[in-house]
Design a protein around this ligand. Structure first.
Ligand SMILES: NC(=O)c1ccc[n+]([C@@H]2O[C@H](COP(=O)([O-])OP(=O)(O)OC[C@H]3O[C@@H](n4cnc5c(N)ncnc54)[C@H](OP(=O)(O)O)[C@@H]3O)[C@@H](O)[C@H]2O)c1
Length: 227
């Protein structure tokens, strides 16, 4: 896919992966529509976005507002890159149902709803449109102490795989990117629990460069071992 002149929705463009993604897209000449969850966190959106929009993946109303706007505003969308997500730590026995639900909503159900609603818009693209979501190595192998995070990421990874043939019929390529631990500080922002001591992770730029290689190469996944 040629990103120059394309229009890309970056979900979570104010996060570490999201900002790098948006900045790289803009450097390549893409028009970036970036989202943040709240007015406060929107302060971390990068400069130069074509549009800055609010999207709270925990709110059905927010999802409907964003997808409704993008479906009716005449915006031509060529790619969706989902870089939003939250992590939480702790054994199943001490993870509350509401905490587990939050991870499933933000990491899987919310982005799936946004992507599903925008498939008809993406299908109009003449640039070999792409959906890419950053899931994670936990969708490939089990790490103890994070069952709720593992479940949410595994669900999203499986959903992307199941979406693939349906999307392909619309001319849309789906990419599941599953990086391992990366030094974005995400673990220190856990919405519950305390992170175990991870070994030194990858640099965020390395991960995002691999993601862009996948977009350019026609790949449908970036396995943890590809990073
Ligand atoms: N860092 C790693 O080691 C690693 C490894 C594998 C996969 N990942 C995945 O990569 C993604 C990005 O992580 P990161 O490391 O870049 O973390 P980050 O800097 O904390 O970014 C998280 C992003 O998610 C957004 N977000 C959180 N809750 C949201 C909600 N309810 N609605 C909409 N957006 C919401 C945040 O927006 P606000 O600030 O506006 O809330 C922010 O843009 C996550 O899905 C993470 O699981 C990370």
């Amino acid at each position: 896919m040629n990103l120059q002149g394309s229009t890309v929705l970056v979900i979570g463009a104010n996060g570490v992966f999201g900002r790098l993604t948006a900045e790289k897209l803009m450097a390549m000449g893409a028009n970036v529509i970036g989202t943040a969850r709240s007015n406060e966190s929107a302060a971390n959106l990068p400069a130069g976005l074509a549009q800055a929009l609010l999207l709270d993946l925990e709110s059905a109303e927010s999802i409907a507002t964003l997808t409704g706007y993008l479906s009716t505003s005449g915006v031509k969308l060529d790619a969706i890159i989902n870089t939003a997500g939250v992590v939480g730590f702790g054994p199943a026995a001490t993870t509350s149902a509401s905490d587990a639900q939050k991870l499933m909503q933000v990491n899987h159900l919310g982005p799936s709803a946004v992507i599903s609603a925008l498939l008809p818009v993406l299908a109009q693209s003449e640039r070999e449109p792409v959906v890419l979501s950053i899931t994670g190595v936990v969708a490939e192998k089990i790490f103890t102490g994070m069952p709720a995070y593992t479940a949410s990421k595994t669900a999203h990874s499986a959903w992307l795989k199941a979406l693939s043939p349906e999307a392909r019929r619309l001319g849309i390529r789906v990419i599941d990117a599953r990086p391992g631990h990366t030094e974005t500080g995400l673990a220190s922002r856990a919405v519950f629990g305390v992170a175990p001591a991870f070994p030194q992770g990858m640099t965020p730029q390395h991960v995002i460069d691999k993601v862009f290689e996948a977009i350019a190469s026609g790949a449908t996944e970036v396995a943890s071992t590809d990073f």
